[in-house]
Design a protein around this ligand. Sequence first.
Ligand SMILES: C[S@@+](CC[C@H](N)C(=O)[O-])C[C@H]1O[C@@H](n2cnc3c(N)ncnc32)[C@H](O)[C@@H]1O
Length: 317
Amino acid sequence: MPAEHAPVLAPELTGLLAPAPGETAIDCTFGGGGHARRVAAAIGPEGALICIDRDPAARPRFERFAAEAPCRTRLLSGDYAAGLRTLYGEGIRPDMVYMDLGMSSIQVDARERGFSYSYEAPLDMRMDTRQELTAADVVNEWPESRLAQVLRRFGEERYAGGIAREIVRRRPLRTTSELVAAVKAGMPASARFGGGHPAKRTFQAIRIAVNGELDSLDDALPAAWAMLPVGGRFAAISFHSLEDRRVKRFLAARARGCVCPPELPVCACGREPEAELLTRRAVAPGADEVAANPRARSAHLRAALKIAASQPAGSAA
Ligand SMILES: C[S@@+](CC[C@H](N)C(=O)[O-])C[C@H]1O[C@@H](n2cnc3c(N)ncnc32)[C@H](O)[C@@H]1O
């Protein structure tokens, strides 16, 4: 079992963030520390790197990283949205905040955690193993209509209704292979072939629900932006359209300034742009990176520079 995670779009991320000696950075998703290593090298001994990860298994990796890091380091173990609020409350105003969303290869390859449809394991899927809710709870206890909604919303699964019905019919489901079998039985035979593994979207959807991933991202984006000073940089790497759409809209709104409803013929809010987009379109990995690391293939990187102080929500200039 490889205990490694190859950082995705690493030169592109550090190229956009442009970490400089003595700066302070927040890595919201430490994982295996691949991005953190590059940022630490650039900010050097006068710099500070604060890392966050909700997975308790990230702590020993962080400790090994911190022992050799060329900068000051600190770890917050927990959700990044909560971590950013804590840091803001402490008065920390970083020069850059970045997040590399989703799971690490280390988590996927830890078979017993149940993230992968390729390995037989209990239905768990918790990134934070201190959390109570598991995939087994979602699959066995949530009403059929809620399950179908999760599969539709978080997995964009066409056969959400049929799969949810089949899951409910087969309860209790205990393992990943039982869930895969229910997914296959809940879709037409013709849909099981081509277009990737038939359970891919269901596993993604249940994982997002178990970990409240989109709620955390919706909370974290404004928290990260609010703590950046003018000149601060923000970057996010996402792995599916539900995340990328959120990042894109969030940054586009800061770059636009005006928050008036589109039906207003002229701007009444007077808000000025706070962001300059550093990526007009999302940056995707090149063919070489995808060949070396197939898990990079769906990555999208977006970044922005803060050009004006955040205005309180609802304020007019
Ligand atoms: C894709 S990996 C990051 C890999 C890392 N950039 C590297 O180079 O090794 C994502 C990590 O973020 C963590 N994570 C995901 N959602 C989180 C959240 N809401 N709060 C804190 N950590 C989170 C996961 O536990 C995982 O370790």
